[in-house]
Ligand binder design. Structure first.
Ligand SMILES: [Zn+2]
Length: 84
């Protein structure tokens, strides 16, 4: 599947000398399968700072670790990230 996103660089509100990137997944993105689409409705997995889908890799008492995925966890199709 192709994941289309836009990238906007915004100033860091805490430090004017820095900026951060904000990636937005476009609604034109067509999911490879219904399972992944439904999963994202229930558990939004788009990461705005990296511009990729993520899954939770591990959970500890006070935090969780996310990893970026390049393949759909349900059907195994490759995910191509494309900047629109
Ligand atoms: Zn899929």
């Amino acid at each position: 599947m192709d994941a289309f996103y836009t990238k906007i660089t915004r100033p860091d509100p805490d430090d004017p000398t820095k900026s951060y990137a904000d990636h937005t997944l476009l609604k034109t993105t067509e999911y490879c399968c219904e399972q992944f689409q439904n999963h994202n409705k229930k558990f939004p997995s788009w990461n705005y700072s990296t511009g990729k889908f993520t899954i939770i890799d591990s959970i500890t008492y006070d935090s969780s670790t996310l990893v970026s995925i390049n393949y759909c966890p349900f059907c195994g199709q490759k995910i191509r990230y494309k900047k629109a």
